[in-house]
Design a protein around this ligand. Sequence first.
Ligand code: KG4
Ligand code: ZN
Length: 341
Amino acid sequence: MTLLALETSCDETSAAVVRDGVVLSTIVSSQVRMHAEYGGVVPELAAREHLRNFQPVVRAALREAGIGAEQLEAIAATQGPGLPTALLVGFKAGQGMAFALNKPFIGAHHHEAHLYSPWIGGSPLHSDFESFVPNVSLIVSGGHTMLVHVEGLLKHRVLGGTIDDAAGECFDKTGKLMGLAYPAGPVIDRLAEQGNPAAHTFPRPLLSDPSDDFSFSGLKTSVRYFIRDHPAILDDPQSVRDLCASVQAAIVEVLVTKTLRAAKRLGVQCVTASGGVTCNRALRSALDAACQKFRIKLRLAEKSLCTDNAAMIGILAEQKLKIGLPATSFDADIAPGMQIA
Ligand code: KG4
Ligand code: ZN
């Protein structure tokens, strides 16, 4: 089956062509530089940018895949969760294309799609997905932090999520307190490389709580008070690097400890991770070390595909059609608060 997938849930306009579990093309146009000026994503501007970028991105995805629109057998788009104005662009355009081509349309859940992003690569999804299930999957981005128990293709259960800020939000907000550019996650990653993670001890929220939930707002507040009480720290580049490394160490320890604890409790042999924060090098190596220690297989999304992309939407949507799930109606609406199902 050849399918065109669209993703416009936040600040990336993306289109991908997927065929039989293989991604033929993925085009991502990021708006991050535009939103950086405002210190965060401005929904109205995001929607306008999606409208501007939509056609070139779709055309590029089809061209790169060597596919004409008439060869498409289905269209998929993110239905939720996400920013309403941003979601509307890809979802409604996707419905329109499917209607015009007289092909089925599939609305996909953004987080459910993230579960498949570690399988976007050269080989088809079905070649080794089954050897990685059951698994515990960490989805960690600017908007969400959650642990999911994946029992098989399209079979999963959310174990826990953040009760306040997401991990990426914590990176971005603590970075803002340090005067770093938005999004601060990648900047902290880079500065932390030459910093001392033991320079300061920040709280590890819910670390010993038996639930699979996360909380990062207390950590952010603690960094705020620390900077208020030691303002001179921001004038010394090495002190900023130490601060970055210490904040990063707190976030990474919570994410890794809780992911591995859930995996051991459920007796799974595999862990996967995706979402923008999975680009973080300290998180990737800490997950790797912890999984090796407990002899658990680890599958991380490729760095370029940790962040939002349409390929993961296409991989998920194709599976849904293959098992005979009904198409999404042409007059269905976006679902900005959609729960993972
Ligand atoms: O998945 P994503 O592109 O968008 C959302 O759905 O939110 O994730 C963006 C988030 C931002 O908070 C950004 O700071 C964070 O991912 N991020 C990182 C790194 N690269 C991106 N956080 C820490 N270290 C990184 N290297
Ligand atoms: Zn995402």
